[in-house]
Design a protein around this ligand. Structure first.
Ligand code: NAD
Ligand code: IPM
Ligand code: MN
Length: 354
């Protein structure tokens, strides 16, 4: 029997509420499979921890996490701790230290999920977003000069390395080839005359090795418009860190909302653990009410199963989410239902049981 060691970081706000359901699902899957089990260790890191200890996680937090097979994260950030501190000292630190340079975010309209777009077929919203997750606009490079003086200047650098661009773009081509789908690059070379011109150049260069993959290239402004007007254009998509962040919230909006959007932060070389999380934040507006939608977290758990090579179980979990959506009787308020977070978790378990 394989044992997977999972580091669970529920974090802040709705994070703990939704991860509880995700872990319930993983445990049930392991029981049903009879082939593998999860050994979960919960780490109470986050904003509350910060207020007590002056840091988001212990000094050796990264060393501790290194020993795990995967990280399962809820959400980070809460009023009272500045967002740039809470996120940089926990979520972004993990992504960077573990070189999780691929952020894989499915944008897929499941049967039964609400879509605000008119005249769009469900099958037309089925994208695999591959977001660069280690550098770009999130490199954390810059300076703050003459702070609090009249001549104050702030500089935030975008860092696009050849290695960084090539590896994410190659990963995207490989995915498109495997899925036999087109690949779209989203950039902004007309205005960002260094970084995005370079990105476009590398997209073409690497593409030379993949003549079998149909490609498209859009500017990010037009891409956002087409995601709403004609989402069927997009299949596999590769884009930079910031554009990927923004476009996947847009993707969530057209495929059922934040309560349904999941993401995997992958270190494809498997030198370090990968991290699985809902893409939403701590949702302070609904935290503590027991009404957050756990489906995004459960979908992230399905991505974790895929990453362990248990795609059959990953699919069963996703099918169970879809079955609950189609059934329509047990949904949280974001999906116009009246059920609680744990009731939706239980409904997913029931569908998995078959
Ligand atoms: P948010 O994603 O937390 O919330 C945006 C909206 O979506 C809110 O109306 C919220 O109620 C709703 N929502 C989010 N998740 C939901 C769920 N599971 N079910 C139902 N509704 C859901 O974004 P925000 O309000 O901009 O940010 C809140 C905090 O979270 C900030 O501190 C921010 O920095 C942080 N944040 C963290 C992450 C992360 O940890 N991965 C991601 C985004 C934002
Ligand atoms: C996400 C989040 C993070 C990001 C924030 C919280 C730093 O919005 O995972 O989408 O921008 O990557
Ligand atoms: Mn985001």
């Amino acid at each position: 029997m394989d044992t997977y060691k999972i580091a669970v970081i529920p974090g802040d706000g709705v994070g703990p509420e939704v991860l509880r359901e995700g872990m319930k699902v993983l445990k049930r899957v392991s029981e049903l499979s009879g082939r593998f089990q999860f050994e979960d260790t919960w780490f109470p890191w986050g904003c509350e921890y910060y207020l007590k200890n002056g840091r988001m996680m212990p000094e050796d937090g990264i060393e501790i996490l290194k020993e795990y097979d995967a990280i399962y994260l809820g959400a980070v950030g809460y009023p009272g701790v500045p967002d740039h501190i809470s996120l940089w000292d926990l979520l972004l630190t993990i992504r960077k230290n573990f070189d999780q340079y691929v952020n894989l975010r499915p944008v897929k309209l499941l049967k039964g999920a609400p879509c605000p777009l008119k005249d769009v077929a469900r099958e037309d919203i089925n994208m695999t977003f591959i977001r660069e997750n280690s550098e770009g606009e999130y490199a954390g490079s810059g300076s703050w000069l003459f702070k609090n003086k009249p001549n104050e200047v702030v500089i935030q650098d975008g860092v696009f390395s050849r290695v960084g661009c090539e590896r994410i773009i190659r990963y995207a081509y490989e995915t498109a080839r495997k899925e036999k789908r087109s690949l779209t690059s989203i950039s902004k070379g007309n205005a960002l005359n260094y970084s995005m011109v370079f990105w476009d150049q590398i997209f073409k260069e690497v593409g030379g090795e993949y003549p079998d993959v149909e490609t498209h290239s859009y500017l990010v402004d037009a891409a956002s418009m087409f995601m709403v007007k004609d989402p069927g254009r997009f299949e596999v998509v590769v884009t930079s860190n910031l554009f990927g962040d923004i476009l996947t919230d847009l993707g969530a909006a057209i495929s059922g909302g934040m309560g349904l959007a999941a993401g995997a932060n992958l270190n494809p070389e498997r030198k370090y653990p990968s991290m699985f999380e809902p893409i939403h934040g701590s949702a302070p507006d609904i935290a503590g009410k027991g009404i957050a939608n756990p489906m995004a977290s459960v979908w992230a758990a399905s991505q974790m199963l895929d990453s362990f090579g248990h795609e059959d179980w990953g699919k069963k979990v996703l099918d169970a989410i879809e079955a609950v959506l189609e059934d329509g009787r047990c949904l949280t308020p974001d999906l116009f239902g009246t059920s609680s977070t744990s009731q939706v978790g239980d409904a997913i378990l029931e569908k998995i049981n078959g």
